[in-house]
Write a protein of this length. Structure first.
Length: 105
């Protein structure tokens, strides 16, 4: 899947598991040459929960200015995707919280 297709899929994701699955799929699409461009702390890792996705997004955004020209585009691309994933996870959590608030009112 292309990044645009994955980002659109993020927007339609209905559960945290959907978002985490898409995030892992995105990382699996990186080839060995791309992975080699990334500093060790930004290398793909298994993402198991919303916190993993959000933490990875934060690391990517935090490191963006430190990267070399060779990796800057890749880090930017990853940061955009993982920021979108983190936003979608927050939206889903807000939807659950709102539904719970309506039931308790």
């Amino acid at each position: 899947m292309t990044a645009n297709v994955l980002i659109e899929s993020l927007r339609r994701a209905e559960t945290h598991a959907d978002v985490i699955g898409l995030a892992n799929a995105y990382l699996e699409e990186l080839d060995a040459a791309e992975i080699a461009l990334l500093p060790e702390r930004l290398r793909p890792r298994a993402l198991h929960c919303a916190h993993d996705v959000s933490s990875f997004a934060f690391e990517l955004v935090s490191c963006y200015g430190e990267e070399t020209n060779a990796s800057a585009r890749l880090v930017n691309r990853l940061a955009i995707f993982f920021t979108q994933a983190s936003i979608r996870l927050s939206e889903l959590l807000a939807e659950v919280d709102a539904a719970g608030a309506r039931r308790s009112a």
